[in-house]
Design a protein around this ligand. Sequence first.
Ligand code: SF4
Length: 71
Amino acid sequence: MKIVVDREKCIGAASCIGVASNVFELDEENKVVVIDQYGADDETILRAAQSCPVKAISLEDEDTGEVIFPD
Ligand code: SF4
């Protein structure tokens, strides 16, 4: 699963980090960065994406490019 983050949208709410702290981190600008794409299982990463209040996290199928979230 490919994780795409939209840093323009991110408001630093950190809910994604609360769900998947091994995958997401806030940088010095208080914007999300992906630190380890494989730091959690797909289900956890999906929950993290769903938890974002501004939908700054999108997920794509790595092989087909199909958008998994938001659906
Ligand atoms: S939950 Fe959304 S807004 Fe909050 S840090 Fe993560 S990506 Fe940014």
